[in-house]
Each structure stands twice: as C-alpha cells, then as structure tokens.
Design a binder for this molecule. Structure first.
Ligand code: 6PG
Length: 249
C-alpha cells in the first residue's frame, strides 16, 4: 500500500517487524542526536502497546554514548489506569525493555503518575509536569511514537470517546467503554506539537484501520488516528503484512 507521500509524510515499508524496529531505531537515533545538538535536549513521547517493545530493546543495545540519554526526556503518550509495576503498565514495559537496560547515564523519566491517583488526578499532575518543563516556551516534542489499534485508535484516543474532542488540555482521563476502563492520554493538540512523529504498525490486523485512516472518509470520531497531523514530519513505519491494505483516495 502506498501512502501518499507529501512534503511531510513518509512511509517506510519493511518485510518483517524486526526490520521495522531496526528502521525505526535508526530514525530515532538520528533525530535524537540532532535534537541534542540543536537544543541540548530531546523530548520524546513513547507509545505503549506491544509493537514498539522491540524498538525500545534495540535502543537499549546502542553503543554507550551514541545517544546522550541524560539529555533525553521520556514521556508517555498514554498510560493504563494501573500501578507502575503492573504487567499492563506502559511505563513498566519501557522500564524493562529500555530504561533498566541502558548502560551509562539514564534518560530523564516522566512516567504518568498513576500510583495512588485517580486517572483524573494523574492527568492533571502529568500536564503540570509537562508545562513546568516547557516553562515560558511552547511545548514541542522532538519525537512522538505512536501505535495504531485495530479499531484505528492511537495512544488512548479511542473511537467515540470524549478525549477526541478535547482541545484545551494536554492530558486527560478518558473513559473507554469497550475496555471497561479509564485511560490517561495525551490529547491530539499536544501530540501534534511534534517535530518528528512516527507510527509503528505491524501485522495484518492493522489493515482495516490503515485503510480507513487513509481513505477519503474523514471521520476522526470513528478513526481517531486521523487526528494525527503533526507540525513536523510524519513517518509510517510498517511491515508488509500491515501495509497490504488497499484503499481509494
Ligand atoms: C497502548 C497504546 C495503544 C497501542 C495500540 C497498538 O497503551 O496500548 O498506546 O495506542 O499503541 O493499541 O498496540 P499494539 O502495538 O500492541 O498493536
């Protein structure tokens, strides 16, 4: 499937998920190094889910010092309403795959503070942390990593949920009836405040969602990933299994 490449959108299709992770690793490294050279820091929003785990493992295995991790601020695009040591925690997944395995100086970790807080409290607290880091400057991510759900959700912006329409906050709690749970998620406006955004999408189960979000049917309430229209470049890292969707513009 060819996604319309325009000046800001690029699709990278690899044969296997491992090759997708390797391509995304090289992309991440080049942007992180450039961000640190230009702004002495790199602000990242990490994706949860299973697809990016291999990328995080590969990043942990980079030669020591290739990325000055002490200049990298790690945020999460969303988090589940679970303690930080819970098996479903996106923070725990990243801690195990990346943070604990980095040799040398560690990144500056900004986990969503779910422990002992309601989703609403965690969201307010997290936004405060982001605003404190931004200070008087605009908050712009250097890197945003996103996954794509089979239902075309991204982060925890699920179809027909209230977070999709929030424009005046950066982080909100979001009730997800289909999962019978609440999530904490960054909203579309802050996710789009990004110099470099990448979707990592693998597996045939993503074909329907990919087809929908790139179809002429513009309906972000049903296909929330359509809300992702970042300031900077948007990259689609996909394997062949996911990218075989056909769609008509
Ligand atoms: C999460 C993610 C979510 C994920 C998609 C795809 O917390 O699970 O933020 O948006 O990226 O559901 O998940 P997979 O990579 O596991 O297919």
């Amino acid at each position: 499937m060819l996604i319309q490449n325009n000046t800001h959108a690029h699709s990278i299709i690899q044969a296997t998920p491992e090759q997708v992770a390797l391509a995304a690793r090289n992309w991440f490294v080049s942007i992180a190094i450039m961000s640190i050279l230009q702004r002495d820091r790199c602000i990242v929003a990490l994706s949860g889910g299973s697809t990016p785990k291999r990328l995080y493992q590969l990043l942990a295995e980079l030669p020591e010092g290739l990325i000055d991790w002490s200049k990298v601020h790690l945020f999460w695009g969303d988090e589940r309403n679970v303690p930080s040591d819970h098996v479903d925690s996106n923070f725990r997944m990243v801690r195990e795959a990346l943070i604990d395995r980095i040799i040398g100086p560690k990144p500056v970790v900004h986990a969503v503070p779910t422990d002992g807080r309601t989703p609403a409290e965690a969201a307010i607290n997290y936004e405060r942390t982001m605003r404190q880091l931004a200070g008087s400057s605009p908050f712009i991510f250097d890197i945003v990593l996103l996954g794509l759900g089979d239902d075309a959700h991204t982060a925890s912006l699920f179809p027909e949920t209230t977070a999709l329409k929030v424009l005046n906050r950066w982080v909100v709690e979001n009730e997800v009836p289909k999962l019978s749970t609440h999530r904490i998620t960054l909203t579309a406006p802050i996710l789009n405040a990004s110099r470099n955004t990448a979707f990592l999408i693998c597996g045939a189960s993503k074909q329907w969602a990919l087809g929908k979000i790139h179809s002429a049917e513009r309906n972000s309430n049903l296909y929330p990933a359509q809300l992702v229209r970042p300031l900077g470049d948007l990259w689609w890292f996909m394997d062949e299994a996911a990218s075989e969707a056909t769609y008509v513009e």
